[in-house]
Design a protein around this ligand. Sequence first.
Ligand SMILES: *Cc1c(COP(=O)(O)O)cnc(C)c1O
Length: 369
Amino acid sequence: MSKVGETTLVLDLSALGHNYNYLQSKINPETKFLGVVKAFAYGSDMVTIAQKLEQLGADYLAVAYVREGVLLREAGINLPVLVLHPLASNFDDLISHHLEPSIYSRNILNQFLEAVKTKNQTDYPVHIKFNTGLNRLGFSESDINLIAEETKGNGNVKIVSCFSHLAASEDINERDFSLNQIKSFKILSDVLKKKLGYTPMRHMLNTSGIINYPEAQFEMVRSGIGLYGYGNQDEIDAQLKPVATLKTIISQIHIIGANESVGYNRAFKSKRLIKSATLPIGHADGIGRLYGKGKGSVVIKGQKAPILGNVCMDMIMVDVTEINCKEGDEAIVFGPANSAEKFASRANTISYEILTAISQRVKREVINQ
Ligand SMILES: *Cc1c(COP(=O)(O)O)cnc(C)c1O
């Protein structure tokens, strides 16, 4: 890896390839693979990741919002792109960039049908989202008649898939709930298929679903976090490789005497003589204040250095009393040497949150293309 001169998020595309192959090994060869690249590809670099997934042979991509899909199209990505949460105000952009909407409510269905009619579209690909227990977005069984009636015959849209989302795929204690969701989804998709007279693809599994419920892979799976190297379980994390490494350098070292304090609000007060290192990364870069006061630690020279006191906007101070280090030395916030999942869990959050939090101010560097 290259030498760090400033805070950098290093993206290892060979790790992405490894994770993609690992996830593929968990599903049947004929099952399609959708790579989720929403939120800047989980805080990394959406276009770079999408290009690599296209090259690896992914069948589909998904983003949350239309604006994200537009960025993919402007970068020349040609794969079909499912927009998980389109809003009616963005339908013009969605259609002109040939993005495929998730249709999740009667309201959205009617507004989308209006939009495709106005634009004289035929067989425009759409995806029907069913709510099977997450209670976030999606139709219920009582809506299926309407979906079939409104879409059949008019020729403006074609339902290419129906899908649903598990609420607790990573939680073994909720296995019965998940199995019930899968059962309902099967019933709902059967009813839809009958009413439509043709057979849309079905998909329901996210990363932990692929691991824990492979019998429910249907015709496609949707993976996000696994591609980026995290699997919500230690045994799976051991098989995956983190794509992103967040590193920075020590800007300055201070010797702090007993009864002195460090940082804003004097949130750390020293009981003894210690050594602190100031790093050029703060909450504006994505290291939230929840990581302050010892919750988060970086790794310097292979050793843990806990955050002292409050996280500042542009800096943190870490305890390096026991570490033989100097100004200009490297500090790893997370990566293979300090898993983002472990970093996050000490502050009671999850890998998804810390990964997607890394702000656009942080330089991205791509390696092993
Ligand atoms: C974000 C998302 C995914 C990806 O989930 P991971 O746990 O990251 O694999 C899949 N499906 C839907 C609907 C999502 O919103």
